[in-house]
Design a protein around this ligand. Structure first.
Ligand SMILES: CC(C)(COP(=O)(O)OP(=O)(O)OC[C@H]1O[C@@H](n2cnc3c(N)ncnc32)[C@H](O)[C@@H]1OP(=O)(O)O)[C@@H](O)C(=O)NCCC(=O)NCCS
Length: 184
């Protein structure tokens, strides 16, 4: 029913921005010009689900330099300060820290197959990275909504402190699979 994609084009980015606007406070709505730079730096930072050529949901799962990960983790850096300079480019056999920047699904598709398909898509990305010998060390999620907190807790992420706009949770790839995905 939903098509999984591992890259985001300009049209999909505009749709993702519309989705952000429905869900996140203004400073956290992704900025088109900045996000294009992120994608130009690393076009492997998104997982999307599509239906009838339209974006239904997306995840931004972005490797960032450890120095900035640690700053973010310590509350010294915020989501709206991230630029392309902070992002890493995946290289075979190397290890990375990840910022799980966003997860969102259009309202009418929530509480159904969409989240399971999106998470399945993320697992597929992880498998491709694993085949390249890439290791994911830590995953940091800045949860700015109740849905975000719910999602982090469901995945078993641990609360580590407050951020400027929300709450910080941390986990690893072991937290990203879910038995329910097998039904998709
Ligand atoms: C966060 C969001 C994508 C979750 O999607 P959803 O469709 O609402 O998912 P639900 O919470 O209804 O979960 C439905 C089922 O999917 C599964 N599921 C949910 N999240 C999952 C995850 N991260 N991994 C695997 N399975 C998951 C579970 O089986 C769950 O059933 P359960 O509640 O009985 O455990 C969605 O609520 C959303 O877009 N919210 C607005 C944006 C937002 O606030 N994002 C967080 C930013 S910090």
């Amino acid at each position: 029913m939903f098509k999984i994609k591992q890259t985001m084009n300009e049209k999909e980015l505009l749709e993702a921005i519309e989705l952000d606007k429905e869900n996140f406070p203004y400073p956290l709505v992704c900025n088109f010009d900045e996000c294009i730079k992120w994608i130009q730096k690393n076009d492997n930072i998104h997982t999307l689900i599509i239906k009838d050529e339209k974006l239904v949901g997306y995840i931004n799962f972005m490797p960032i330099k450890t120095e900035f990960y640690d700053m973010y983790r310590a509350g010294k850096m915020q989501e709206d300060e991230i630029t392309a300079d902070h992002i890493e480019v995946y290289e075979d056999g190397k290890s990375y820290d990840i910022l799980l920047m966003a997860i969102a699904i259009k309202k009418k598709y929530r509480s159904g197959w969409a989240i399971l398909t999106l998470m399945k898509g993320l697992r597929q990305k992880l498998e491709i990275l694993e085949e390249r010998g890439i290791i994911i060390k830590r995953i940091l999620s800045d949860c700015v909504t109740e849905d975000g907190v719910k999602s982090a807790l469901r995945m078993g992420f641990k609360y580590i402190g407050k951020s400027k706009y929300g709450k910080l949770y941390e986990g690893g790839i072991e937290n990203l699979s879910h038995p329910a995905e097998k039904r998709v």
